[in-house]
Design a protein around this ligand. Structure first.
Ligand SMILES: [Zn+2]
Length: 325
């Protein structure tokens, strides 16, 4: 895919430019004092932005917004070898790892720039958050902390209150459609708009969804949903919900949300699944709103447990959901 590439030598998206510049402006004024928390509801370009900022901070000959791409530090970053850039993922992070990194950093020269980038901060355990809080209260010298998350509302206030929070802005829907039409083969506007709406406006996630097996299974899902509602037996959805990624639950939520919107006489323009309007309309004849609300509520709870709770038995959870609708 031919993405625009205008910051050094890595993939880049045009809508990140403004936010990148604002954050670099901020750093230029505030030096090392601040801890940045980048929040993006559903977009993996958040981590790309954090990486670009890290490269700029690590560069030895930066020119305001631009890193030079030729100094020793830039070369090491290009080869993923800069030893003091720590990108930490919540799944592999533990208290000992944080302590080891800080102990390492404390032994380094004052002049050495260090960047610690922690992703999905909202998914860290209470114990890790407590350890992190103690460290960011008195951060080591020349050390930048860049935190990122996909749901700032569940990041503990103790962390938020110590950070400068940036909310990533997504491009407008029409801008994203035009951009996507230059990138992907299927240029059908309804299909692209649907994919964007399902992905909360994120063009990157829209591409990934359109290219995934889940996109085709989505059409099977709406047919199965229609069948299940007609027969008043939601257990008919069990095979498709069990045999796909957990995101199939989210797709089902979008269909149920659209049914509720139409039941409430909302304009079709505000639906997510624009490519399935006639199918969704046909479901209105066979449903009562109380049951649909209950199904939506159960699905949202199920989605929450699958995303934010550990050791959940997915099959039992889905079974419980379908029996109790
Ligand atoms: Zn450089």
């Amino acid at each position: 895919m031919a993405y625009e590439n205008n910051v050094n030598n890595f993939m880049w998206y045009p809508w990140l430019n403004n936010q990148y510049k604002k954050i670099i402006n901020f750093y230029n004024k505030n030096k090392y004092s601040a801890i940045i928390l980048c929040n993006s509801t559903n977009d993996n370009s958040n981590n790309l932005l954090c990486y670009a900022i890290s490269r700029r901070l690590i560069c030895q000959n930066s020119n305001y917004y631009k890193s030079c791409n030729t100094c020793n530090n830039c070369m090491l970053m290009s080869n993923n070898n800069y030893p003091y850039y720590y990108k930490l993922h919540y799944l592999t992070l533990n208290i000992q790892k944080i302590r080891d990194i800080i102990s390492n950093i404390n032994k380094l020269s004052f002049k050495q720039v260090k960047v610690i980038h922690i992703t999905n901060i909202e998914k860290l355990t209470y114990q890790i958050i407590s350890t992190l809080l103690k460290i960011i209260e008195y951060p080591p010298s020349m050390t930048y902390f860049i935190l990122s998350c996909n749901n700032i509302s569940i990041v503990p206030m103790t962390i938020r209150s110590r950070c400068i929070c940036w909310n990533m802005q997504i491009p407008s829907e029409n801008y994203s459609i035009k951009w996507l039409q230059t990138i992907i083969h299927n240029k059908n506007e309804i299909i692209i708009r649907t994919s964007l709406r399902i992905c909360n406006g994120s063009p990157i996630n829209a591409i990934l969804l359109l290219k995934s097996k889940l996109w085709n299974n989505r059409y099977i899902l709406i047919n199965q949903l229609s069948h299940a509602l007609l027969k008043n037996n939601m257990l008919l959805l069990l095979p498709i919900l069990n045999n796909n990624d957990k995101e199939i639950i989210y797709l089902l939520i979008t269909f149920i949300s659209d049914i509720i919107k139409l039941m409430k006489n909302t304009s079709e323009l505000f639906l997510m699944n624009l490519d399935c309007i006639s199918k969704i309309k046909s479901l209105l004849r066979i449903n009562n709103i109380y049951k649909i609300y209950k199904l939506w509520d159960n699905l949202v709870n199920c989605w929450y447990y699958l995303n934010y709770k550990n050791n959940v038995n997915r099959e039992l959870l889905i079974l419980h959901l379908l029996i109790n609708w």
